[in-house]
Ligand binder design. Structure first.
Ligand code: NAD
Ligand code: UDP
Length: 310
């Protein structure tokens, strides 16, 4: 049987590089495509020169022709600091990037998995969030470029499926953390760990009463691979239902690194969701997936990573 040929857009990023590792270790072919906006060559350096691995510098807002069996479409900055840096580019990446990748999937008969997000639920009035919840999203705020970008990306996937029979897999990813997050990407886990390691006060936005549910990267990648291999189009939530307030996370990081650290309160950014927790019943039933690694188990290896780079 021929080896599966995978295209991973955003393959040099946090999640894309972990996925690259898993597919390479499984003996498959991987083409990693990235424009290096938030990705790093060092994340996939271990595979450069391997006969089953190729690296392409390319921006998904431009079309590309490649012969592949599977497209893992992850290209898009994920942290608010990065996706708000150039919001028009973020919207283009989600819309044009997904359109181009669906066009490619249609042309070569590849299956496409979209890395969508819990942000499609916005600031949710339903808690926890099942896939059937349609969300509460501001169309004109500072998070809209990302939230609405992912919503139109999902729409495009389902229209390609209906119009052209393209095989799609739509995954709604909830906050994920682990080694290879960027130290300066502004996400809460990286911010808190880097602040604690450099003896700076921990920055709680809006007092830290808002909640998030944190999934360790290995669990997330396992869910992503199961979804790609399944017969489910989705959308399917993949995340860890363990819900914590941001202050609870700060307390965990402080206890792990330096109990003397102070907290400082800063204003809550506009449209910052107050609560977020995945309902993962569907992933459980259809993919037989549930996360195995708790926040207490996932923080130490994440901390080791940051110690090695900060
Ligand atoms: P990341 O920023 O580390 O990775 C994104 C990658 O895409 C980077 O390597 C970046 O350089 C690349 N990229 C960005 N714009 C591009 C473009 N126009 N053309 C080509 N490459 C481009 O983020 P991540 O955490 O690895 O997220 C990967 C995907 O998962 C994203 O689509 C994100 O929206 C989604 N997601 C992630 C999370 C999370 O908690 N990490 C949560 C929900 C959804
Ligand atoms: N947050 C915080 N301090 C920080 C960074 C983030 O209190 O230094 C909060 C942020 O306001 C949000 C939560 O942590 O409520 C998660 O933020 P992140 O940017 O990681 O992800 P998202 O908001 O996209 O879920």
């Amino acid at each position: 049987m021929r080896v599966t040929r995978n295209l991973i857009t955003g393959g040099a990023g946090f999640l894309g590089s972990h996925l690259t590792d898993r597919l390479m270790e499984a003996g498959e072919e991987v083409i990693c495509l990235d424009n290096y906006f938030t990705g790093r060559k060092s994340n996939i350096a271990q595979w450069i020169g391997h006969p089953r691995f190729e690296l392409i510098r390319h921006d998904v807002t431009e079309p590309i022709r490649l012969e592949v069996d599977r497209i893992w479409h992850l290209a898009c900055p994920a942290s608010p600091v990065h996706y708000q840096f150039n919001p028009i580019k973020t919207a283009k990446t989600s819309f044009l990037g997904t359109l181009n990748m669906l066009g490619l999937a249609r042309r070569v008969g590849a299956r496409l998995l979209l890395a969508s997000t819990s942000e499609v639920y916005g600031d949710p009035e339903v808690h926890p969030q099942p896939e059937s919840y349609r969300g509460c999203v501001n169309t004109i705020g500072i998070r809209s470029c990302y939230d609405e970008g992912k919503r139109i990306a999902e729409t495009l996937c389902f229209d390609y499926q209906r119009m052209h029979g393209t095989e799609i897999r739509v995954m709604r990813i909830f906050n994920t953390y682990g080694p290879r997050m960027l130290p300066d990407d502004g996400r809460v886990v990286s911010n808190f760990i880097v602040q604690a390691l450099t003896n700076k006060p921990i920055t709680l936005y809006g007092g830290g009463g808002q909640t998030r549910s944190f999934c360790y990267v290995d669990d997330l990648i396992q869910g992503m691979i199961l979804l790609m291999n399944s017969n489910e189009s989705g959308p399917i939530n993949i995340g860890n239902p363990g819900e914590f307030s941001i202050k609870q996370l700060a307390e965990k990081v402080r206890a792990l690194i330096n109990p003397e650290l102070k907290f400082i309160n800063l204003p809550l950014p506009q449209d910052d969701p107050l609560q977020r927790q995945p309902d993962i019943a569907l992933a459980n039933q259809r993919l037989n997936w549930s996360p195995k690694i708790s926040l207490d188990q996932g923080l130490p290896p994440t901390l080791e990573w940051f110690k090695s780079i900060v």
